[in-house]
Design a protein around this ligand. Sequence first.
Ligand code: RIB
Ligand code: CA
Length: 315
Amino acid sequence: MTRIPLILDCDPGVDDAVALLLAFASLDRLDLRGITTVAGNVGLAQTARNARMLRQLAGGTAERVPVFQGCARPMVREPIAADHFHGESGLGNLAIFEPALPVAPGHAVHFIVETLLREPAGTVTLVVTGPMTNVAMAMRLEPAIVPRIRQVVFMGGARAEAGNVTASAEYNVHADPHAAAVVCGSGVPLVAFGLDATHQVRSTPARIAKLRALGSVAARAAADLLEFSAALEWNVATGRGAPLHDPCPVAWLLAPELFELVPCHLDVEIASPLTLGHTAVEFRPQPGRALHVRWATRADDAGVFDLLAQRLARL
Ligand code: RIB
Ligand code: CA
């Protein structure tokens, strides 16, 4: 089976960290050209360090994957962090250490542009699990990359679900709405995993225990990270654990049958202070507009956790 060439852009972040471990455990399927980090959940220095930490925890061939530092703030709006959800370090209660391998030289945006210009057009996938600042800035720096992108597969937005950072906006899009508008308006093929899908994929004590029982350093780290989120989000009333947002795009690349996608239009609100970052997801065809976005409406949550356990068992 041909490996999928991709760049993973993220703001680790507890769930980004689990997405990174899933990707590092799947290098037999994913041709992971690089990790690009962006300010979001926590500051840029922390997200870059955290990505390097997860790479070291994964070990093995993961350590050949370069980690680049990207944009330190959104394109226009003031930064909004999410450290209340991810802890001061961005990795919950995980013991923080200075990774042995450094950040790769050069800016993440330049790495994205150079990779897309070098590789055959239409072959490289961009996975984005944080604010879309780096990808949008790459598109602005070098517009020639847009038709060369195979697809952008991202975690962000909400339609049927309410927002999780404001009444109407999901964090990644709200944190840099102008970047999301640039990317979603570029015409590049998009696969969007919004809260409609990710809220269906919930950690439970049994699922976390299954990961911990795998016994490896990486699996125990994943269990610790999910337990941190669960402690914050366990809803006694509904008995639902924390949603597993950022692993969903990576899980889809590995096992697309775990999700249902619906073609749509997707526009991002950038003018209204009240609904800044709202994603208007329209399934009805609009005259003269291609339905270039696929919106995830269903997720097989048990299947996602089975995949995660199968893959983490390889680390
Ligand atoms: O809304 C969920 C998203 O916001 C995830 O990417 C999580 O890491 C936070 O950044
Ligand atoms: Ca994230």
